[in-house]
Design a protein around this ligand. Structure first.
Ligand SMILES: C[S@@+](CC[C@H](N)C(=O)[O-])C[C@H]1O[C@@H](n2cnc3c(N)ncnc32)[C@H](O)[C@@H]1O
Length: 344
């Protein structure tokens, strides 16, 4: 099993007993040892052991900023100070500043650090900030590099590679183990962005009435080839944002796995809004989300902070856990949330 260490909302390490690590020297040594892999997962090598970091927000949460000799520094917990790559500043959906340290580790500014930065700026607009005599652009956190809103984009991915990187060729192992524990009544389940339908098929085999939706014809062809024999699945080629009125209030549960990371990040709020509309008043969302600081996509990353802020308006959380048995590279990168609609 992988070794993991959690970081809380303010960027402090959380020990196994749930208590915050407060010892400054150790905390500094640990923050210093962060490395980002190509999937966006943060590792830390300490005394010959490799750990994966489970960060609630960005790996570094700056408590203060310092402007010194034409450089910007961020100061994290444990008095750990790092220089900022000035060209990396960007703003998230909530207007929080993010960026990279010169060693390439992502950070976010806490509220006080953000206030300090804005106070020390000679000017700032919606898309730039002037500090240290330089006007720096502050683009949106998520990068808009691929036309993910177009069905053709997805069809081309399946045409290029009939076994795309996301295809596990089986249901997600954590869905397999969670399903019996949830003790669901026979439910009407929506699976958005179902791909080749492995998760949808598992849910149907467990007796649920499943509607599996994908925008790509190629994905659904692959799903029908594999699971076309199952009777209680409806395969629907459609954009998840545009299911007809007959699907409003039509589901007891939505199982979300790799749809949130595939859609355009600007549409994430809208996605949870349509999920709410498709659910019955007491409906549930079961989701497996990538929580890594990955700005371009697909897959686009996210964080526990982001998901909490996106979901809490409409859902109350019943279960919230980092997964310990994710497949392959996804180890340490996945979060499972089970949540119920708050009601209208
Ligand atoms: C990363 S893949 C994941 C597929 C599947 N869930 C899996 O894990 O194998 C994302 C899937 O979402 C589909 N998709 C993307 N945008 C969509 C949308 N707006 N509506 C429905 N499906 C969408 C894509 O065609 C693709 O099959």
């Amino acid at each position: 099993m992988i070794k993991t260490i959690a970081l809380d909302q303010e960027g402090y390490f959380v020990l196994e007993n749930g208590v915050r690590l407060t010892e400054e020297f150790t905390g500094r040594q640990m923050l210093q040892a962060f490395q980002l892999d190509s999937y966006g997962v943060i590792h830390m090598s300490l005394q010959g052991e490799d750990y994966i970091l489970e960060c609630f927000d960005q790996p570094y949460v700056a408590r203060q900023i310092h402007l010194e000799e034409n450089c910007l520094f961020v100061q994290m917990p444990y008095q750990f100070k790092q220089e900022v790559d000035l060209n990396s500043l960007c703003l998230d959906h909530w207007d929080r500043f993010h960026g990279l340290t010169v060693s390439g580790i992502p950070f976010v500014l806490s509220r006080p650090a953000q206030a300090e930065l804005l106070n020390s700026a000679s000017a700032f607009t919606d898309d730039s900030i002037t500090i240290l005599g330089q006007t720096l652009s502050t683009p949106p956190y998520y990068l808009d590099s691929n036309p993910v809103r177009e069905a053709q984009f997805w069809s081309e991915r399946y045409q290029e590679n009939p076994s795309p990187g996301w295809n596990l060729e089986k249901a997600h192992p954590e869905l397999v183990s969670a399903l019996p524990q949830l003790k669901l009544h026979k439910s009407r389940v929506l699976v958005p962005g179902c791909g080749y339908g492995h998760d949808a098929a598992l849910l149907a085999e467990a007796g649920h009435k499943v509607t599996a939706v994908d925008v790509s014809e190629e994905a659904l062809q692959g799903a029908r080839q594999r699971y076309g024999h199952l009777e209680n699945i409806q395969w629907l080629q459609a954009d998840i944002f545009q299911l007809g009125d007959e699907y409003h209030g039509a589901f007891d549960m939505i199982f979300e796995h790799t749809c949130y990371c595939a859609i355009h990040p600007d549409d994430r709020e809208k996605l949870f809004k349509v999920y709410r509309n498709y659910l019955v008043e007491t409906g549930h969302l079961l989701g497996i989300f990538f929580v890594v600081p990955k700005r371009s996509g697909p897959y686009f990353g996210s964080s526990e902070w982001e998901l909490q802020n996106q979901l809490e308006k409409r859902f109350r959380f019943l279960y919230w856990t980092r997964l310990k048995h994710s497949p392959d590279w996804r180890q340490g990168a996945e979060l499972m949330i089970y949540a119920q609609l708050k009601g209208l």
